[in-house]
Ligand binder design. Structure first.
Ligand code: NAG
Ligand code: NAG
Ligand code: NAG
Length: 476
């Protein structure tokens, strides 16, 4: 039995999958521009071309009312930008520090008010923005790998060591690279931490200011207990987690026809000694191997338009929606504790692929595999390759459990092995959070290892109150 189990495993990782890391590339497509999957798979390994339409509203929070020039950070939601609308020389990172010394001033009515106001800028894009999307928690300033892909590949190891302290350098580097190496084909970079942001070049040309208003974050009053609210404001958490399944409104369109992923290479990005061993790292790789990937990024920008033809994420969604809950049900429900009941259930899933006049497992697997693949799509793209291969792995595993397996433990082990390989982020979703709760996972700089391993519903106004040990110290 153990031998069969091992054979099943090696079949998954070699016979069906000539592109390395097929599962991770499929998941990168599925998680792209989504707060949920990009928070869980936080060390991004891929670069995509993306666009933001003309007339899209974007926001910037600042200590001053002057509109942006040269380079700037803009957010998709005002609650996100408002976090940065605060007086200058703020002592610490606003998302993290609840002991900020607030200057007490007296208003004209004589009441002491906390003068912590800044400026909220509201802009619209004057043209379609052409962007490079750096996936994962790429705006998270941590030591655990969230900055690897941009600092090593995009910036070619030229940014001095630093996290928060090097953010201005990173923004300048984006625009310098676009001007010097990319023939100004790119207007900026999309990254994500608690919310998606754009590092935008030439904001004075790419944006028009709609309004600049004096604003501040309202700190809720605390009932009885004198403990100030920890962490992110509830309004920010509400909007950030409302983007779990996508930024919405077609505000960002990703080109999936052509993209660059370190996963699609011969590099081993899972070094054995990595502290977060389930997450990929790039720190151990040689300069020469990094240079090769960087050249592929430059080629991507120079050779391709930001627009793609096929929305491979929408196609990946069909696969995940079809099999996500179903596979979990098959391996965990007491209804399928016998081989007979398990086979009956899989046979039911398989009915539409069977021709009663001519039975052939191979033909049925082909029908199942092709089910979601658009026939007009180019068959040479990486997205086609991994989407096809993942569907084929699922379909052939189901066929084997249906036609070949006789032992319940072997069949369940095979399905469990498939699920371990797929590692879909939907399997971490909580069920049934209340209206004032959300499913809490680590979102830089907050969250615990427990939030990562076993996410639970937490209240917006008191989330992340326990230890926040997931990301380690903020990389300053
Ligand atoms: C990246 O860095 C390497 C070594 O420091 C250098 O040889 C190379 O020219 C750089 N590439 C670019 C495109 O700046
Ligand atoms: C996959 O990775 C291995 C070792 O890391 C390498 O030998 C092989 O060439 C890679 N395959 C592809 C298709 O890149
Ligand atoms: C995926 O790409 C690999 C490597 O180029 C190739 O061997 C394999 O046949 C492709 N699979 C599909 C389904 O296109």
């Amino acid at each position: 039995m153990n031998l069969l189990y091992l054979l099943g495993l090696s079949a998954l990782s070699t016979a069906f999958s000539p592109v390395n890391n097929t599962n991770h590339i499929f998941n990168a497509i599925h998680s792209s521009m989504r707060q949920w999957g990009s928070s869980l798979n936080h060390n991004g390994m891929s670069f995509f071309l993306a666009s933001v339409p003309e007339g899209t509203t974007l926001y910037h929070g600042s200590s001053h009312p002057n509109t942006l020039i040269e380079t700037g950070y803009v957010a998709f939601d005002p609650e996100h930008a408002l976090v940065f609308a605060r007086p200058p020389h703020h002592p610490k990172h606003p998302l993290h520090d609840d002991r900020v010394q607030q200057k007490i001033v007296t208003s004209k009515h004589g009441d002491p008010i906390e003068d912590q106001a800044g400026w909220l800028h509201t802009y619209q894009t004057t043209k379609e923005l052409r962007l490079v999307y750096v996936d994962g928690m790429s705006a998270g300033k941590s030591h655990i790998g969230t900055l690897d892909s941009q600092d090593r590949i995009l910036f070619n190891d030229t940014i001095p060591s630093g996290g928060v302290s090097q953010e201005t350098e990173r923004a300048k580097a984006v625009c310098r690279i676009s001007a010097d190496e990319w023939d100004n084909r790119i207007d900026g970079v999309i990254r994500m931490a608690a919310g998606f942001e754009i590092i935008l070049c030439a904001p004075e040309e790419n944006l028009v200011a709609e309004r600049v208003t004096k604003s501040r974050i309202h700190k809720p009053k605390h009932h009885g207990d004198h403990k100030p609210q920890q962490g992110k404001p509830g309004e920010l958490l509400r909007v950030v987690t409302s983007r779990y399944n996508g930024i919405g409104g077609d505000r960002v369109k990703v080109n999936y026809d052509h993209f660059v992923s370190v996963y699609d290479s011969d590099l081993n990005v899972f070094p054995a000694d990595s502290s977060h061993s389930t997450q990929p790292r790039l720190t151990h790789l040689s300069k020469a191997s990094i240079q090769k990937i960087r050249q592929r990024l430059t080629d991507l920008v120079m050779d391709h338009d930001v627009h793609g033809k096929v929305n491979w994420q929408a196609i990946a969604d069909m696969t995940v929606q079809q099999y996500g809950r179903r596979l979990q049900d098959l391996v965990s429900s007491p209804r399928f504790r016998t081989m007979k009941s398990l086979k009956a259930e899989i046979a039911q899933m398989w009915e539409t692929f069977v021709d009663l006049d001519y039975s052939s497992a191979d033909v049925e697997i082909q029908r199942c595999t092709n089910r979601f693949i658009p026939h007009a799509a180019s068959k040479t793209s990486l997205a086609h390759n991994v989407t096809y291969t993942i569907n084929e792995q699922i379909c052939s595993t189901l066929a084997t459990a249906l036609y070949d397996d006789h032992d319940h433990t072997v069949a369940i082990g095979r399905l469990q092995e498939l699920m371990d390989y797929l590692s879909w982020t939907v399997w971490k979703e909580c069920r049934d959070c209340r209206d004032d709760e959300f499913c809490a996972i680590p979102i830089w700089p907050q969250g615990s290892l427990e939030d990562y391993e076993d996410p639970r519903c937490q209240r917006y106004n008191s989330a992340y109150a326990e230890k926040n040990d997931y990301w380690g110290p903020i990389f300053h």
